[in-house]
Design a protein. Structure first.
Length: 373
């Protein structure tokens, strides 16, 4: 089953998705290395969007009002953060690249960040929330979260409750599924919305149109309106039969392309500007060739990826290596870092990810990864 995000990742680089998400004969699965800043960001934005959805179900009440306080009282922010942290830590404990992972912020610090961003954004989002959401929510007594609702149950619940959130739907013909953020029913018909706590991205519209396609597949009718609600504005997404028909054929072609691309083992690599952040770039020969062919990258100061041949071991704190351009350099590290390194022998080739480069020296930092070829 494909999703909006998986098809996007496959289009960017089939090999990356293949290595990270599935097991193929002759290939192992290589998960991303957990990044504390990224995990904290996902926790914060996940909770913010949960808050915005809950408040939308109550008609986006004024801060300090009785309804506002009641809604926030139903969401224990500290408990929600604790559960998200626990979920991430359980997954990271199973990640072979998760050794030494530790969040930088405490639960209280994460809560403070959520509260600060929420205060900065809520009035703006409230102002930009489509009035029909608020009107519909005011008239709805019971709200329903729909993580496990599928098929005909969805239509019954929507008619009964008028407002549904986090609804998982599967397309009836294509291997595609998605989680629709917010659905409401008013006198004009079914409408959908997606709440974004971050900045505008050009593909948000594509995502919402796919939600419209999923609704049509399950209900045989189109939403009357769709919105993307940002902190600073609300974007109305036009929907009609022709648009959604084009979305269907575009999705079908993307799925066919994805299946074709993933038949090759390993799948092809697509070099792009995001390669330097790829979690499986240590396995991508094309990436390392591109680095060696870039004269600006070879001696670029700062945090770099570099491939070296070990030419001599001089101490427990470093060795001499040779770059692809045949220049020698020193590779150094502190004693506490050396304990976590693989055994390094003369004549080996290493790929160093996230080393700190200064002039003709590379320092292996606590976050640096070293891979044998």
């Amino acid at each position: 089953m494909y999703s909006f995000s998986s098809l996007k990742q496959i289009a960017e680089c089939p090999r990356r998705w293949q290595l990270q998400n599935s097991k193929y004969e002759g290939l192992d699965r290589y998960p991303s290395r957990p990044n504390p800043a990224a995990v904290e960001g996902r926790i914060i934005h996940s909770l913010l969007e949960k808050l915005f959805r809950a408040l939308a179900c109550h008609g986006m009440p004024l801060i300090g009002s009785e309804t506002f306080q009641k809604c926030l009282g139903e969401i224990d922010i500290n408990l929600a953060i604790s559960r998200l942290i626990r979920d991430y830590e359980e997954r990271i404990a199973l990640n072979p690249r998760g050794h030494g992972f530790q969040l930088r912020s405490s639960i209280q610090q994460l809560r403070n960040k959520v509260v600060q961003i929420f205060r900065d954004q809520y009035d703006k989002i409230r102002k930009n929330t489509p009035p029909s959401i608020i009107r519909s929510s005011y008239n709805t007594l019971k709200k329903q979260s729909c993580n496990d609702v599928t098929g005909n149950d969805f239509a019954v619940l929507l008619n009964t409750n008028k407002v549904l959130t986090e609804l998982t739907l599967e397309h009836k013909e294509l291997p595609f599924s998605g989680i629709v953020d917010f659905i409401w029913l008013d006198d004009e018909g079914i409408k959908i919305s997606d709440f974004k706590s971050g900045a505008y991205k050009h593909d948000h519209k594509d995502q919402v149109l796919l939600y419209a396609l999923l609704l049509k597949s399950n209900l045989q009718c189109l939403p009357k309106e769709a919105f993307i609600v940002y902190p600073d504005r609300s974007e109305r997404v036009e929907i009609d039969e022709n648009i959604v028909e084009n979305v269907f054929f575009d999705l079908k072609n993307k799925i066919i392309t994805a299946i074709r691309e993933l038949k090759s083992v390993p799948a092809k690599t697509s070099l792009n500007e995001n390669c330097q952040y790829c979690p499986v770039r240590q396995l991508c020969d094309q990436y390392w060739v591109s680095l060696s062919n870039d004269p600006h990258q070879v001696k670029k100061p700062g945090v770099v990826d570099i491939e070296v041949e070990v030419t001599g071991i001089h101490s427990n704190h470093g060795f001499v290596g040779r770059r692809s351009d045949c220049d020698n350099l020193k590779v150094v590290y502190e004693t506490n870092v050396a304990k976590g390194l693989p055994i390094i022998k003369s004549g080996e080739r290493l790929r160093i990810i996230g080393g700190k480069q200064l002039s003709n020296e590379i320092e292996i930092m606590p976050w640096t990864e070293v891979f044998h070829l």
